[in-house]
Ligand binder design. Sequence first.
Ligand code: ADP
Ligand code: MG
Length: 563
Amino acid sequence: MAKIKFLDEETINQIAAGEVIERPASVVKELVENSIDAGARKILVEVEDGGKSLIKVTDDGCGIDGQDLPLAFKQHATSKISGAHDLAAIRTMGFRGEALSSIASVSRRLAVFTKTREAKVGTYLLIEKAATLELKEAGCPAGTSIAVFDLFYHIPARRKHLRGGEAELAEIADLITELAIINFGISFELFTGRRTIFKSIRSQSWDDALFRVFGLQTSRALLPFRAKGKGWNLEGMAGDLLNTRSSPDRIFIYINGRPVAAKALMSGYREAYRNLIPVGRSPIGVVSLRAEPRLVDVNVHPAKREVRLLQEEEISGALTQAVSSAIRTEARPPEKKLKAMPPEMPLDIGSGEQSTLPLEPSGQIALVSPAASPKARILGQVLNLYIVAEGEQGLMLIDQHAAAERISFERLQERYRTMMISQELAVPVTIELTPSEQILLEAWKETLEEMGFEIAPFGGATYQVRAVPAIGSRLESPQALHDVLKDLFSLGKVGASATAKEEILKLLACRGSIKSGVELDSGGMKRLLKDLFACNNPLTCPHGRPVMVVIDRGQLETLFQRR
Ligand code: ADP
Ligand code: MG
């Protein structure tokens, strides 16, 4: 019997939706991009429960003709291209004609009001489970409003995979801000039914959007740059050397107005900052490439997140150059700026004298008095990471970072237990948060307070930090605060449970501890060991990795084949 048959339309749609619609933010992306393609000057996005129960996008664009409307929800129905020849020169955000049909197939219900500018009356369409329930004339303003109810209603496995409302909302906020920067000619608003999360006003340049995304201080410090070549030109804003992040998530890259993950441009951009900002840090910035369509292939990824770019070495090289000269020609001398930067690995322990344990030319190791602990005689440090000591059982190797983590973790635990975790900052620090970070801060508010943070809104994107968990002096720069908040947010769920608190303490302990690669002087090593031996559990770090390894006489004898 024949086994192969064609799939029905609903199944096809659901399969396509699997690729395009991953989460509420993907629905928002598709709807907003349609609004942009429709020539909207104003786009309003309303969401409830992080978009899980409702996503509504309203625009004042060209609208959809009443007769076309049901067609718009058919797979591969599009007004944007008419054949393969058009694929080579796409100037719209959409062209695959599968977003609306996909969204309809993975939501419980979808309602559309739309009217073209010429039409006297608009059209209303109600779709449930991909079938048209209602189609009728309706009075509505020119433009289109599409409401999507209960995403993944019929697909519990997908629904279960979604994160909490706040986390999904943060993702939507990131998406809107990303689109608002490059589409500065459009006013955007993201509204949750209770509050406006983000709002930009249509203008001639991206300055307004940048100010709303980055905050006043940060956006003021951005430096413009430009470059061009045959068939392409680059424009952008480079972040200053003081404003760095722990990840490149605030470098916005666009190709022909489309936000993309373009590896070559990303590394070209970051290259300009190499040796100017600390290793492991990332600048912020905006890069917009306009290239002739023949240089760009956007048809390589269902969500169009990735694109292929011809001449990418040439373009990214030019990008590096342009950014380098923008950040170097800045008036302020770089030395002064670098000095103002928080030291990459500040030392709490042993920061007094910076001398290392002197290694005598004779090869003899200078010994430190055994006072560190009754049980250990410190011999030195190797690889700027391990402390070498002689203990009662033999040779001891101690991982300095793991040890420091264990010590701070137990201290923090104790302070948390006795409600002494908060430490007021001598000078409050102001930080600027993006809209999505503001959402997460709000969601984490209680937990943050309980962990000793005191953070209050200070107008616009600015927040003032008055107190932080007592982990030494490591949380006194906006940068360090940003990093620790980001780490916290990425823990995912806002937990109230004891294990969640413990996770946070571990994270803080890690942030507050000396890292590997730091030279320790003898006093520093001594103190570290003394503190370590005072711990309840000196043998493992909070993440469960060993803090020390002992090689006893027997093992040494085996190693040297004495036995
Ligand atoms: P695509 O954007 O790839 O063409 P979609 O499924 O997203 O495919 O949309 C199908 C069609 O519906 C579009 O080509 C467009 O003609 C119409 N459409 C969708 N959204 C809007 C809107 N907000 N305003 C005007 N037309 C729209
Ligand atoms: Mg589309």
